[in-house]
Design a protein around this ligand. Structure first.
Ligand code: ZN
Length: 178
């Protein structure tokens, strides 16, 4: 059972996909180059940074966000068209090959964007050891408290080391001769 502070993998991925998908579609409509890949990157980053608590999984959640960015963005696009919020400009006729290449390039860029986002989010969320707090090594010699001063005399009763001016032994309480 994971602690309550950790959001589950699937919830992280879904939230990342929704955030990334919306940003990707907005950027695409605005004509930003590689807008969908930027959306996937933001989605992967968000999923890893804000939602997921484990670094190794952050990379995976970013990859998943990148992988599913395309269908999610397609869904958002369909919703946008259905609601008549946006009419796509007339695209010039392209061959099937060009369309396929564009599709594959977009997919690869989205997967890369999501994975890089997830990786970055994981690193920000969980800095590698040594950057923030390295485990303290056992105290070096210089940090140890200085050794007690060399005893100048010894207790007449118990033999504990004492300073010259000590009148009463702190160990046994015996009065020391002057
Ligand atoms: Zn003593």
């Amino acid at each position: 059972m994971l602690p309550a502070t950790r959001t589950s993998f699937s919830v992280s991925a879904i939230v990342g996909l929704v955030i990334g998908g919306i940003i990707g579609v907005i950027l695409d409509i605005a004509g930003v180059p590689a807008g969908s890949a930027i959306g996937a990157f933001v989605g992967g980053l968000g999923a890893a940074l804000f939602l997921y608590a484990e670094r190794r999984r952050a990379l995976i959640v970013g990859f998943v966000v990148g992988l599913f960015s395309f269908p999610v963005e397609l869904l958002i696009y369909m919703g946008v068209f259905t609601l008549n919020l946006y009419t796509p400009p007339q695209v010039p006729e392209v061959t099937q090959d060009v369309l396929m290449i564009a599709l594959v390039v977009t997919l690869i860029m989205q997967i890369a964007g999501g994975t890089i986002g997830g990786l970055l989010g994981g690193i920000i969320r969980h800095p590698p050891p040594g950057v923030v707090e390295a485990p303290r090594p056992s105290a070096p010699m210089s940090m140890l408290p200085p050794p007690p001063p060399r005893p100048e005399k010894y207790c007449i009763q118990c033999g504990a080391g004492l300073a010259k001016e000590t009148a009463i032994c702190p160990a046994c309480g015996a009065k020391q001769p002057a």
